[in-house]
Design a protein. Structure first.
Length: 350
C-alpha cells in the first residue's frame, strides 16, 4: 500500500527585526523554537528571515555579528513581524525606521515586540490600546511615557494582533505559547521537551524580580515586600509600613532581608530607587530634579550624595558620561550635557 505524504501546512512567513544591542540569547530562542517546530512536526510550518535596518550584519555582544538576510523597509511583507532588542539605542536613521515600522505593522496580521523591541513598537504607535508586557525595571517609565497602552508585569501578553514579551527566559515560554496557539499544545510540549524545559509558563505569570531567592527557597513575605517596594518608588514606604502591609513584624522583615538578600530593607530599597534613577538619567530627558522626585528623594542634595556614594559619580556626571558614550567620546567628554532622550518618542509618534 502506497505511503501517503503529510498534508502540506500553511507556511507562516516570519520577519525577525534585530536591532542593536542584541545577543544570540535574545535571537536564539525565537529561531530555535521555529526550527524545532518544523523539525518535530515534519512539515514546513515557519519560514523566517532575520532583518537589520540597513541590511548589514547586526553587532552582537562579545564582538560577534549576526548575519542579516536583508534590510527592513516598507517592502517587507510577512505574516508575523517580531522586533527584538535588548536596550533602546538610537541609530542614524531611526526616525525613518519608525515610520517604516508603523506602515509595515499596520498591514501585518501579527506584530510582536520582545524585550526593548516593545519600546520600538510603542514609539511607532503600534501598541495603543493593547495590553503590553514590559521588563519589570522599565515598567514605571513605560507606563508614564505610553499612557494609551495597558502596561503589565506579566512575562508576556498576547492581545488580539499584538503580542509582547519581557524577554530573557520568558522568550522561550512566549514562543511556545505562540506555536501552541497556531498548531496546538502537543507540538509546543514536544518542543519544550526537546529544549529540556519542564513546565511551560503561561502569560499570566508575573516576572520575577532579580536577586530574589530561587523558586524552591523563595519566601512569600519577602516577595510581597519586594513588589511593594517596586510599586512605590516615587513615594517610598517606611520599613514599618512594608512590614505591616505584608503581615510580619519589622524584626521579621529585617531578618528575611538579611537571610536572603544580605541587606537591611531600607538599604535594599534605596539601591532599588537609585537603580531606577540611573536608568532615567541615562535614557530619558527628565531633568535631574525630576528624576530625583520620581525616585522618592525630596532633596536634590540628598539624591546627589546618595547617588555618588552608590555609583561613584554625581547624577550630572552620570548623564554627561552616558551622552558621551552615545556620541563615541571618552569618559572625559566635556560637551554640553544635552537631554538624554534615548527613550523619548519623537513628536510625530507621541
Amino acid at each position: 500500500m502506497a505511503r501517503t505524504s503529510p498534508t502540506p501546512a500553511r507556511v507562516t512567513q516570519v520577519a525577525i527585526v534585530a536591532l542593536p544591542p542584541v545577543s544570540m540569547s535574545g535571537v536564539g530562542p525565537i529561531v530555535d523554537a521555529l526550527a524545532l517546530a518544523n523539525e518535530i512536526d515534519g512539515r514546513l510550518l515557519y519560514r523566517w528571515q532575520i532583518l537589520s535596518w540597513d541590511g548589514r550584519p547586526v553587532p552582537l555582544s562579545g564582538g560577534a555579528v549576526l548575519p542579516a538576510d536583508g534590510a527592513f523597509g516598507d517592502g517587507i511583507s510577512c505574516d508575523w513581524l517580531i522586533v527584538v532588542a535588548e536596550r533602546f539605542q538610537q541609530f542614524a536613521d531611526y526616525r525613518l525606521f519608525l515610520a517604516s515600522l508603523a506602515r509595515v505593522g499596520q498591514r501585518t496580521p501579527l506584530v510582536t515586540g520582545i524585550h526593548h523591541g516593545v519600546w520600538w513598537l510603542a514609539m511607532a504607535g503600534q501598541l495603543s490600546g493593547y495590553r503590553v508586557s514590559v521588563k519589570w525595571e522599565a515598567y514605571q517609565q513605560f507606563a508614564e511615557q505610553f499612557e494609551r497602552s495597558i502596561v503589565t508585569q506579566q512575562i508576556f501578553e498576547i492581545d488580539r494582533d499584538r503580542a509582547t514579551c519581557a524577554g530573557g527566559q520568558a522568550s522561550v515560554d512566549f514562543m511556545l505559547a505562540m506555536i501552541a496557539r497556531e498548531h496546538g499544545p502537543e507540538l509546543a510540549a514536544r518542543i519544550g521537551d526537546a529544549l529540556g524545559i519542564g513546565v511551560l509558563r503561561s502569560g499570566e505569570e508575573r516576572q520575577r524580580i532579580p536577586f530574589v531567592t530561587a523558586p524552591g527557597e523563595r519566601h512569600p513575605r519577602l516577595n510581597d515586600a519586594l513588589l511593594l517596594m517596586e510599586a512605590n518608588i516615587e513615594d517610598p514606604l517606611t520599613t514599618d509600613e512594608i512590614a505591616g502591609l505584608v503581615g510580619v513584624s519589622r524584626r521579621q522583615l529585617e531578618r528575611l532581608f538579611r537571610q536572603y538578600l544580605g541587606a537591611m530593607p531600607s538599604k535594599y530599597y534605596l539601591g532599588l530607587r537609585l537603580s531606577k534613577a540611573r536608568m532615567q538619567l541615562q535614557r530619558t530627558s527628565k531633568s535631574i530634579v525630576q528624576v530625583s522626585l520620581a525616585c522618592g528623594f525630596s532633596s536634590a542634595a540628598h539624591f546627589s550624595n546618595a547617588y555618588r556614594e552608590r555609583f561613584g559619580v554625581t547624577p550630572r556626571e552620570e548623564r554627561r558620561n552616558w551622552i558621551a558614550k552615545q556620541h563615541g567620546a571618552g569618559p572625559g567628554y566635556a560637551g554640553e550635557p544635552r537631554a538624554a532622550a534615548l527613550l523619548e518618542p519623537p513628536d510625530e509618534y507621541s
